[in-house]
Write a new protein. Structure first.
Length: 150
């Protein structure tokens, strides 16, 4: 366990690796961390043999945010071109995205179909990020979350 005073987390990571030294840094095999560049870059540079293991919280957080980002983009486009009723429907579709398709009523299904129709580069999710993560994601103790990419 190691700690360093201050609020600049990026500097703390750099300081830790500096104090650890080149030889010991190069012997690191696994690094458990988030997805931020400020930690990925120093780990990639100073720990060339380390496999970066992303914690499940960040994976699920990004998967949960992605469908809502698409909904928001299409909603803003509908407002911009003056489709006020469609924009209103899309605004209210936010929580429909988090429901599994078998639990959606007809109204959310229609809203999600409009999002899919308007945004041809993406598709409405076939399941919610939470249920997909729960049913198909490996357990955090496995190395499936690990990546050798910086």
């Amino acid at each position: 366990m190691w700690a360093h005073p201050g609020q600049e987390i990026a500097n703390t990571v750099e300081k830790f690796l500096e104090l650890l030294g080149k030889d010991r840094s190069e012997r690191i095999e696994l690094s458990s961390c988030g997805m931020a560049e400020w930690i990925a870059k120093p780990i990639a540079e100073r720990c060339p043999n380390a496999t970066r293991c992303i914690d499940p919280y960040h994976v699920v957080a990004r998967a949960t945010a992605a469908p809502d980002d698409v909904r928001r983009t299409v909603w803003n486009e509908a407002r911009r071109v003056g489709q006020h009723q469609l924009a209103s429907d899309l605004k209210a579709a936010r929580f429909a995205l988090s429901k599994h398709p078998t639990n959606r009523t007809e109204r959310p299904q229609v809203k999600l179909a409009r999002i899919q129709q308007l945004n041809k580069h993406s598709t409405a999710p076939t399941c919610s990020p939470r249920s997909c993560a729960r049913s198909t994601a490996p357990r955090p103790s496995t190395r499936s979350y690990c990546s050798t990419a910086p």
